[in-house]
Design a binder for this molecule. Structure first.
Ligand SMILES: C[S@@+](CC[C@H](N)C(=O)[O-])C[C@H]1O[C@@H](n2cnc3c(N)ncnc32)[C@H](O)[C@@H]1O
Length: 237
């Protein structure tokens, strides 16, 4: 079942969210992106306080893994918040994306990665995320482990550009379904329940719906959650 809630994550009572086994969290970037029904520009201190609040709430909601992705500009603030809240940091991952944003005009290198922090619980089902090794597919080496190997800590998936078939356009940032699918398949047990506290265009809920998993999605923007609900064929509360 997919449950969508309109409102601020920090104001949503835990009882409305229920039992959660995995959290996929992609909070606002706080760099002034244009969202409908939401202003992506908080003062740094306010944003840092929110990071702590959100992380603390997530740790209270689940004993399961939390995958937290954010704009790399806030790396120090996120690390400070993780330490202040006391959530175990299992591993720092990076999403490396092709079709990165060009920065030639400001004389900087193109933007092409986003941090993903694996927090809270080490739960993983390796068989669900393993990929074929070079030994297997390139060298046909008999010593290669049959089930493949764990992917590297840099995950490569293309960024979802405007012209992509997958692009839903009602939220300026959108995670690739393949990336979220790796997290959900690998870190949620088959009857688990997933939370995305900043569901945006609905990527996590779409992936869960396809995999037959329950999911709760929250978003403060009414126009955004309305369109996401239409796409998923569900209502929102
Ligand atoms: C980075 S986007 C999420 C994109 C999403 N991962 C996707 O693939 O479409 C962040 C979302 O958080 C929402 N948002 C901002 N502040 C919020 C809050 N306090 N509580 C809930 N949602 C919030 C915004 O409206 C926006 O849709």
């Amino acid at each position: 079942m997919i449950k969508l809630i309109h409102g601020k994550f920090e104001l949503t009572p835990a009882i409305n969210i229920g039992k959660i086994d995995l959290i996929v969290c992609d909070p606002p970037d706080n760099i002034g992106l244009k969202y409908e029904g939401f202003k992506d520009r908080q003062k740094p201190l306010e944003y840092e306080m929110n990071l702590r609040l959100w992380l603390g709430m997530m740790a209270d909601l689940t004993k399961g893994p939390i995958f937290f992705t954010f704009n790399e500009k806030w790396t120090r603030a996120v690390e400070n918040a993780i330490e202040a809240v006391g959530i175990p940091l299992i591993q720092r991952l990076q999403w490396y994306y092709t079709f990165g944003q060009d920065q030639t005009k400001c004389g900087k290198y193109a933007l092409c990665y986003r941090p993903i922090y694996w927090l809270n619980s080490k739960y993983v089902q390796p068989s669900k995320v393993k990929i074929p090794s070079a030994r297997q597919i390139k060298y046909n080496d008999k010593r290669a482990a049959k089930g493949g190997k764990m992917p590297p800590n840099v995950w490569e998936f293309p960024r979802i550009c405007g012209s992509f078939h997958e692009r839903r356009k009602h939220c300026p940032t959108q995670l690739p379904e393949a990336l979220v699918e790796r997290i959900v398949k690998g870190h949620c047990h088959p009857k688990g329940r997933v939370l995305d506290p900043f569901v945006g265009s609905g990527t996590t809920a779409i992936v869960c719906q396809r995999l037959g998993l329950d999911c709760v999605g929250i978003d403060v923007s009414e126009p955004c959650i309305k369109k996401t609900a239409e796409i998923l064929g569900v209502s929102f509360e």
